[in-house]
Design a protein around this ligand. Sequence first.
Ligand SMILES: Cc1cc2nc3c(=O)[nH]c(=O)nc-3n(C[C@H](O)[C@H](O)[C@H](O)COP(=O)(O)O)c2cc1C
Length: 191
Amino acid sequence: MEDMMEFLRTRRTYRRFAQRPVDPAIVREILEAARIASCGANRQTLRYAVIQSPEAVARMQPLVHWAAYLPPEQGTPGPDQTPVLFIAVCQDESLPGCNDTDEGLALGSMTAAAWAHGVGSCIMRAIDRPAISELIGLREPLKLRTVVAFGYPLHKSRIVEMKDDVKYYLDEEGNYCVPKRRMEDILIKTL
Ligand SMILES: Cc1cc2nc3c(=O)[nH]c(=O)nc-3n(C[C@H](O)[C@H](O)[C@H](O)COP(=O)(O)O)c2cc1C
């Protein structure tokens, strides 16, 4: 994708995926994007677990919760629409200084690196942390923060002008419509 703004407009959250594996080279690039992300004082406190075998991915599905604004029959992927890859973002708590900004930058880089290859993603924090930690065998000082689901999207997602509600919805074709506030509502002033 050549145009950066078009890339950013389409790098949305995706929740229904083709049952086609993500190439290992792309998985590597997603991790590389996280590895080199900016972070406070260059402390690099985040660690990553890749869940990609069909068995492990299947065990993850019931441990993540989809699309809180939609009824499950609309928002939760069907059995033939599930993500094919999860990456768990963890924090090494023995190191000082990890913060939400560091994690946000890593998540932004990971999801952008994936989208550059047409791989869609969903950042997920409505997750069963104890069960996922057990599934990936997480031990102190590592603590699970967030999971990102990945796959080749089966739907589109577009930004729509926000009227009075932030809630995303599906159009008649099952594509996501994501309301964003207008520029005049977010720009406080220009000095
Ligand atoms: C920190 C964070 C946590 C999120 N957790 C979930 C989640 O648990 N389940 C889900 O379906 N979507 C989750 N999302 C996706 C948001 O619902 C989505 O980003 C939002 O509706 C805006 O859509 P957009 O990403 O296409 O702009 C999360 C996103 C972020 C940034």
